[in-house]
Design a protein around this ligand. Structure first.
Ligand SMILES: [Zn+2]
Ligand SMILES: [Zn+2]
Length: 121
């Protein structure tokens, strides 16, 4: 495994030195404090991060998607219906069988303004 490209930091002041030459015998001079640093890969690579090291916002978002309610997963159609809230002539609607089959379904209406309405058939 080549060490070329590894980031070497000054052992004294932490300044980022030139990229490793891959030659362990080379001496890298720190531009800031003049410390002579051996060109070796640091024992602990602090710049490396495992995915598990981060409480990923993306992962949290993904799990949020997985916990969407049944209402959020419904596919919607557009119906001509006046929104009592903003007066738009179109609302999204979808129907879902929430209760037992012989009780009919529940219709959900939703307006882009945020107004929501349900009606039981
Ligand atoms: Zn230094
Ligand atoms: Zn509306």
């Amino acid at each position: 495994m080549s060490v070329i490209g590894s980031l070497i930091f000054c052992t004294d002041c932490g300044n980022l030195l030139r990229e490793s030459t891959g030659n362990a015998d080379a001496i890298l001079h720190c531009d800031v404090c003049g410390t002579r640093n051996k060109d070796t890969i640091p024992q602990t690579t602090v710049s490396e991060s495992k995915p598990s090291a981060f409480p990923s916002a993306l992962r949290a978002k993904r799990s949020a998607v997985q916990t969407l309610s049944a209402a959020d997963r419904m596919t919607e159609a557009i119906i001509e219906r006046d929104c009592p809230d903003c007066g738009r002539k179109e609302m999204f609607w979808t129907t879902v069988q929430l209760r037992s089959a012989d009780e009919g379904s529940t219709v959900f209406y939703r307006c882009v303004c945020g107004f929501k309405e349900t009606s039981n058939n």
